[in-house]
Every structure is written in C-alpha cells, then in structure tokens.
Ligand binder design. Structure first.
Ligand SMILES: Cc1cc2nc3c(=O)[nH]c(=O)nc-3n(C[C@H](O)[C@H](O)[C@H](O)COP(=O)(O)OP(=O)(O)OC[C@H]3O[C@@H](n4cnc5c(N)ncnc54)[C@H](O)[C@@H]3O)c2cc1C
Length: 455
C-alpha cells in the first residue's frame, strides 16, 4: 500500500518506521526543514547538547523497547544518571525536596498539619468520581485542597503546563480513577498486596539528545521518503487521496495518516468531513518558552543538585514553571565536561498565556532571577542562554477529553476507510504515548483497519 503521513514528529516517524517494516511504501510530509517536531536537539556554542522541547521518555511502555530493539539502539538509549535524585519544589523562596515517600510526606513543609491529617482520612472518603471530573476536583475530594495546592499543581504544571482544574482526571491520570474504582481508596490501593506492583518508571533518552531518536528513525525511513513540504489541503478521489502542498505539488496515495496537531487536522478535513473537523477544533493548546542556560559549575558553588525544581502554587518564579538540571540528569549532555552546568527552564503555559509576547531579553532575565532562587547567589556571568518560543506546544486534555476523543474516533470509524488520525492531542502527550500510538496505527493499517473501534 502507498501511505502518506502528514507530520514528521515522533508519532508520524514511528508509524512510518513500522509501516516500512511491514513492507508498505511510505512518504512523510513535514513542513519544517527537519523532522522531530517537539523532539529535537541542537548544540550550544560549546558543543553541549540541548533539547528544544522534550528531553526524554519514561521506560514503562513496551512499545518504546520494541522500537529501541528494532532500531538496534541500545547503546544510545540511556537512563538518567540517578533515578532517585531529588526533585525539588520552590516554596516560599526555599528549595524543598518533593516528598516521594510516606515519611517525607509527613515531614514536608509543603503541607500544613491539617492538610496532612486530611490526607490520612482518604480511606474514609466513600464518594466516586463523577463523569468529566477535573483533576483538581478529584484530588481535592480524595486527599484535600492542601495536596492540590502543595503537590499536585507544581507537578502538573511540569507535565501539562496547565492547572489541575483545566485537565480531565480520566484523560491524564486514569490510574487514579481505576484505583478508586477497584480499591475504594488511593491509600488502600498503594498498600494493597493485590495490586500488581511495577518498578517506578525511569526517564530515558538518547546519548546524543532526545532528538537523536528522530534522526535515527528518519535515517531508517530513508531520505527519499521524506518530503519537506507543507500540506495545505486534501482531496478524496474515488479510491485515492491527493495531497496538495504549499509548493503547488500534488501527491497521490491510498491511505493518509494525519500526524500533525489537532488544528491542522481540522483544517485539512474541513472540506472532507466537517463534523470531525469541528470536533478537532475543540482541542486547545498552551504556549510555552524553553530557555536553555549554560553556566560553569563555579557559577553556583553551593547549589543543590538533583533532577530539577518545580514552582509551588503562589510562589513567584518570574513565569518559570520549572527548571530541569539537564547536566545532572544526563551528564552526556555536556559531553562529560564536569565544569559545565546545563539547565532547561520552561515558562508560560496556561498560567502565563502571554509568554510568546515576552521579548527574548525579558525571558533571559526571568530565567536568571529564577536560577538565583533555585541555586543561590550567582558568582559568575552566565555564558549563554538560548530561548525557543513554542506556539501551540502542549494540547490541553480538558474535562470531557475522553468523550471528545471517542466522538472523533467514532466519526472516523464510520466515515473513512483510508484515513488515520495520530498525534499527541488524542491518546497521550508523552513521547512514550506517541511511540505506542504510532506503532499501533501502523499495525492497524497493515491489518486493513483504521483507528480501533470506539469503546
Ligand atoms: C516544551 C515541551 C517539553 C516536553 N517535554 C516532554 C518530555 O520531557 N517527555 C515527554 O514524554 N514528552 C514531552 N513533551 C511532549 C512531547 O514532546 C510531544 O507530545 C510529542 O513530541 C508530540 O509528538 P507528535 O509527533 O504527536 O507531534 P509534533 O511533535 O507536534 O509533530 C507534528 C509535526 O507535524 C508537522 N506539521 C504540522 N502541520 C503540517 C503540515 N500542514 N504539513 C506537514 N507537516 C506539518 C509539524 O511541523 C511537526 O513536525 C514536551 C512537549 C513540549 C512542547
């Protein structure tokens, strides 16, 4: 079969890789000058490796391991240097370790005495999650408002760049609702001998930067199968599709996979399937800026080491949602040069919707101030800061997301037999989710199906 994939991010690349393995002819269409989407890396002036958006993926997804096996990339696929390293939360201008064990939870200043007491009452909460409950409501109902404010808000901002009240609990943390259903309580579930135990997931990446996985996939898919043109519109002929590009080129194929963002999918489907296009338009995105700073280690002689720091609710951190200590997490990012310190700050999200209007200089100053709070007084000038502004960066899994996703699935299932939808706005935002969905999409197409039948 001759298959066109619109979008050369990790979702589209993974799907193309597996389709090619199945023996199909694939062509990826990518509007930018390089593939990768939100999984791209570049070098700093010093040769250190910076991840422009995603820096890695969790290893608790079998599809990731199947992909690494098929790419024969075990040498490149590296875990964080210390999975147990401290995750910090900036709270009242102090660095507080995120409480990852019950004893830390009881001692943490992030929760008041009453919040801790309320948390311990969780097994006596007998209510059940109503449909479309948001994440904030769920956690407040079960664990109390203190946990939402002190723990959940910073953690969620670090993943979704949004507030828990803006997210659907089932779409983002379905496991919590499953635990409530099965064990009646989250604390009971945590300690239940019946609950299948698994190792805590570990963040992995490629030695040469997260983007190296996309470069490797592109190599396997092969240069001549990747077309750097923007697809402007789609046309359905009898049994084929025609893609029209911005360079006025037309491409014909048997099956189209839309692996681009929801608003692009919506635009491309406007003349073909208005209903689905309208549904896709409901998926909104938040904007973020990523600022990568390279210092020498002597710049902050007394700094805290660890994984990174997230910003507590009500803490002023100049629009910074969190800073990852990239060279502590992956020492290979600075090519093993131990005197270098590389960090990656994320700013904006739904809390600061005007982030893209901030000037580059303003962002650099904000990030510098945040570093002083996190690492203490700076002794030397920063050597370099690189700013990347990302419009429509992270899809919002708003309350009702699963329902919306089911409707989209059902429309596609009913109306189309050679059109597949893929991308981080439907079935999970993590890189590992995109890898799983890309693999699944290829498998379904190979079996003559499209999106799996809606539940
Ligand atoms: C700042 C940031 C940090 C993140 N950090 C992490 C992390 O550490 N770990 C993690 O697991 N996840 C992380 N994520 C999420 C994850 O990176 C993304 O969800 C994932 O990479 C999305 O992949 P995708 O292929 O679905 O979409 P995209 O990466 O958006 O790819 C879509 C592609 O389609 C192309 N395209 C769009 N329109 C057209 C058109 N008309 N014609 C042709 N091509 C088109 C785009 O240029 C793009 O390359 C992060 C995201 C962001 C923004």
């Amino acid at each position: 079969m001759n298959i066109a994939i619109i979008g050369g991010g990790i979702s589209g690349l993974t799907c193309a890789f597996w389709l090619k393995k199945y023996g199909h002819q694939v062509k990826i269409f990518e509007k930018e000058k390089s593939v990768g989407g939100w999984v791209k890396s570049k070098q700093t002036a010093n040769g250190s490796i910076m991840d422009l958006a995603a820096n890695g993926w969790l290893d608790n997804e079998p599809a990731v391991h199947r992909l690494i096996d098929a790419l024969n990339a075990h040498q490149e696929h590296i875990p964080v240097s210390d999975p147990q390293s401290t995750r910090w939360i900036v709270f009242q201008d102090q660095m507080v370790p995120a409480p990852l064990s019950p004893s830390m939870l009881l001692r943490t200043p992030l929760l008041s005495f009453w919040s801790k007491l309320r948390l311990l009452c969780e097994p006596f909460i007998f209510s059940k999650s109503p449909p479309n409950e948001n994440l904030s409501e769920f956690v407040e109902r079960r664990l109390g408002p203190g946990v939402v404010k002190g723990l959940l808000t910073p953690m969620v901002a670090g993943i979704y760049a949004a507030h828990p009240s803006e997210l659907d609990v089932r779409a983002c943390f379905s496991k919590l609702v499953d635990w409530e259903d099965q064990y009646r309580s989250l604390l009971v579930a945590l300690h239940s001998p019946k609950r299948p135990k698994s190792k805590p997931p570990v963040l992995h990446s490629f030695r040469g930067g997260a983007g190296a996985i996309c470069e490797m996939l592109a190599q396997e898919i092969s240069e001549e199968n990747i077309v750097f043109e923007k697809i402007e519109s789609l046309e359905k002929k009898k049994s084929t599709w025609v893609l029209h590009s911005d360079l006025q080129n037309d491409f014909e194929c048997d099956h189209v996979v839309l692996a681009c963002p929801a608003y692009v999918q919506s635009k491309l489907l406007q003349n073909i399937d208005k209903e689905t296009a309208l549904l896709l338009d409901n998926i909104l995105y938040s904007d973020v800026a990523v600022a990568i700073s390279e210092y020498t280690q002597e710049s902050f002689p007394n700094r805290n080491k660890g994984f990174g720091a997230l910003c507590a609710q009500d803490q002023e951190l100049y629009g910074v949602l969190g800073i990852l200590f990239s060279s502590d997490i992956f020492p290979s990012r600075t090519l093993g040069q131990q005197n270098r310190l590389l960090t990656r700050a994320i700013l904006g999200g739904t809390q600061y919707p005007d982030v893209l209007d901030w000037s580059e200089q303003d962002i650099k100053e904000r990030v510098s101030q945040a570093h002083q709070i996190i690492f203490g007084q700076q002794k030397h000038q920063v050597s370099e800061v690189y700013v990347f502004k990302h419009k429509n960066a992270i899809p919002l899994y708003a309350p009702g997301h699963n329902e919306l996703q089911e409707k989209i699935r059902s429309q596609i299932y009913k109306k189309h037999d050679a059109l597949s939808l893929l991308g981080n706005h439907l079935f999970g935002v993590g890189v590992k989710d995109c890898i799983r969905n890309g693999e699944q999409c290829a498998e379904l197409i190979n079996n003559g199906q499209i999106l799996s039948k809606p539940a």
